[in-house]
Write a protein that binds this ligand. Structure first.
Ligand code: ADP
Length: 266
């Protein structure tokens, strides 16, 4: 996705003749076990600035766990994270380092995770005011602008329970955008939605991608992966078993496992 006028631009060094920039996100050797069973076997994955990477794979292959380890919502047993060139050991990150990563990234969950007792506007401003000490008036202005980008600025005073699942997820995306993150992680953002509400959320994500946001998206939406993602990473049994541009991934499957998966899901 081409970078247009997103805030992250100000962090970029120059384009063109600048030395190769480090990836926005690089995960290396990520391992994770639950109760003696290793579910991530040393995963490497990187995302360049402005790139949209879709993580595909069968259920249980470790996609969500990888995303949660990357954002330190889950503690990896080994591996490193590099965020715009700053390196961190995932297994030994301090709470302060973990908070730092979360402050610089956005996360959109499967189940929206909005505060039920806060309005739409309150949900988006909360993190800005409390965690980042942005003055309330400025936070509200930023929140309204983000809500406008997801088409929810006319529902600022509504409470989550008054909204459809698709609307709630659009608010969750506005909340993730509001902090001007370097990358947004999406964990199956449409899988809890009725099919008729999926499209409006995918549309918002597509717009975000076109605006140049760097995105790592775990999804079962093959249409989104094919049409919006720049690159596809395919996982199976806790490992990356194929990786290609979206076009190549779908048009020339790398191996039988990918072929079987595509045959099964499309
Ligand atoms: P995916 O997102 O690809 O469906 P997950 O990352 O959710 O896969 O799960 C990978 C494996 O880890 C699965 O076998 C799952 O049962 C296991 N797992 C995930 N979270 C936990 C947990 N909190 N406790 C125990 N096992 C877990």
């Amino acid at each position: 996705a081409e970078m247009l006028n997103h805030g992250a631009e100000s962090r970029a060094v120059g384009r063109g003749d600048a030395p190769a920039q480090p990836p926005m996100l690089a995960l290396t050797g990520v391992r994770k076990s639950f109760g003696g069973t290793e579910v991530l076997h040393g995963v490497d994955l990187s995302v360049r600035k402005g790139e949209v990477v879709a993580v595909l794979g069968p259920s249980g292959s470790g996609k969500t766990t990888l995303l949660r380890c990357a954002n330190l919502l889950e503690r990896a047993d080994a591996g490193t994270l590099e965020l715009a060139g700053e390196r961190l050991d995932l297994a030994s990150a301090t709470p302060r380092q973990a908070a730092g990563v979360r402050r610089r990234t956005g996360f959109v969950f499967q189940g929206y995770n909005l505060f039920r007792n806060r309005t739409v506007l309150g949900n988006v401003t909360e993190g800005l005011v409390v965690a980042r000490k942005v003055p309330r008036a400025e936070a509200e202005e930023r929140a309204r602008a983000c809500l406008a980008r997801v088409g929810m600025d006319d529902r600022c005073d509504a409470y989550p329970e008054e909204l459809s699942g698709g609307q709630q997820q659009r608010v969750a995306i506005a909340r993730a955008m509001a902090t001007d993150p370097e990358i947004i992680f999406f964990d199956e953002p449409t899988s809890a939605l009725d099919p008729e509400l999926t499209g409006e959320v995918l549309g918002v994500m597509r717009q975000l991608a076109e605006d140049g946001m760097t995105m790592l998206v775990v999804t079962h939406e093959m249409g989104f992966a094919r049409n919006v993602a720049d690159r596809v990473v395919f996982m199976e049994d806790g490992a990356v078993v194929a990786e290609a541009s979206a076009r190549t991934f779908f048009d020339q499957p790398a191996n039988d496992r990918v072929r079987a998966f595509l045959h099964h899901t499309m």
